[in-house]
Design a protein around this ligand. Structure first.
Ligand SMILES: Cc1cc2nc3c(=O)[nH]c(=O)nc-3n(C[C@H](O)[C@H](O)[C@H](O)COP(=O)(O)O)c2cc1C
Length: 304
């Protein structure tokens, strides 16, 4: 393995892409923020780093209040939109059909569609380069009751909250364990077996130079797509077909070579997470709804 040294960059990821709402219920604004986090657990202190040129910046500076809303995967369009359009020019709540709702502890509105909204009161504003960091105390949290389980605990797995990493949005993947599992012998044993799974990243085949030149971007109902592979590329990039020898009926039964278990398991593991579908927001990945033949337990059993 070779690690290459890059110049300093915002490589810490994934981070939550949150929707920060501000203003009032009657005149609300919302912007997407990725530079946020928890600073202390007691009192609960958080921050958002906002560039001074953002419309929200001055609203928050003047009111001393904002709300951090956690969006779900099916709100990703609104998340992106609120991160590229300014409230200076449009009403993003209206445009994205978001509902501004009153908060108990601050005048800033929360977003009704978000499963969790965290009301914050600003303690200080400090400039760090191109961003101003709003250090704030969390003064209230409101949670959609459909994500609270029988024991009163918040079960955000159902909600499908978002992650943001290196310019891309993701849903969270499979639950791998709970806090402290590494000191629970049985749970640790299972996880250590899972960790042996090897994920192979195959190098894409390089196109020959002439094929690259003749390929042109093309239009689809979803916009402009990168160049299609030129016809002659298939000859180059497709694996050669090897003629199979005719089956000998008198031969001993075919004995399958043991596959590379790690790679096989990884393929299964990655595909074991059922794809999210429209109207399928609340699917929880449990042993019941993950296809049973590819559940974690079966993967481990198969690998033993
Ligand atoms: C995923 C994502 C994350 C962003 N994170 C930040 C951030 O942390 N701080 C910031 O100042 N702008 C951030 N932006 C840009 C602002 O959301 C964007 O400039 C927005 O239009 C500001 O809205 P406003 O002018 O209505 O306040 C982000 C944008 C996106 C798409």
């Amino acid at each position: 393995m070779t690690k290459i040294n890059w110049k300093p960059g915002t490589m810490l990821s994934p981070v939550p892409p949150v929707m920060v709402s501000c203003g009032t219920v009657d005149k609300p604004n919302v912007m997407t923020v990725a530079w946020t986090g928890i600073i202390s657990s007691d009192p609960v202190m958080t921050y958002v780093s906002i560039r001074p040129q953002r419309y929200s910046h001055d609203i928050i500076k003047e009111s001393g209040e904002f709300v951090i809303n956690l969006p779900t995967w099916n709100m990703v369009t609104a998340v992106d939109f609120c991160g590229v359009k300014s409230g200076k020019d449009i009403d993003k709540f209206k445009e994205m059909k978001l509902t501004p709702a009153a908060c108990e502890n601050v005048n800033a509105p929360q977003i009704a569609e978000c499963p969790v909204s965290i009301a914050c009161r600003v303690k200080s504003v400090t400039n760090y380069g191109v961003h101003d960091m709003f250090l704030a105390e969390v003064v209230g949290v409101s949670v959609d009751d459909k994500y609270i389980d029988d024991k009163g605990a918040l079960d955000l797995e159902k909600a499908g909250i978002l992650a943001y990493a290196h310019g891309k949005y993701y849903t969270l993947g499979r639950n791998l364990g709970s806090f402290g599992f590494s000191v629970n012998k049985a749970k640790l044993k299972d996880m250590q077996k899972m960790e042996k799974v090897v994920v192979e990243v195959k190098q894409p085949k390089a196109l020959p130079e002439e094929a690259k030149k003749s390929a042109k971007p093309y239009r689809t109902p979803f916009g402009l797509r990168p160049a299609r592979r030129a016809k002659n590329v298939s000859e180059v990039s497709e694996p050669k077909k090897v003629a199979r020898p005719a089956r000998d009926e008198n031969r001993k039964p075919f004995k399958r070579a043991i596959p590379n278990v790690g790679t096989f398991a990884a393929t299964q593991l990655l595909s074991a997470v059922p794809p999210l579908r429209a109207n399928d927001v609340c699917r929880k990945q449990t042993a019941e709804n993950v296809r049973p033949e590819i559940s974690n337990e079966n993967l481990l059993r198969r690998n033993n």
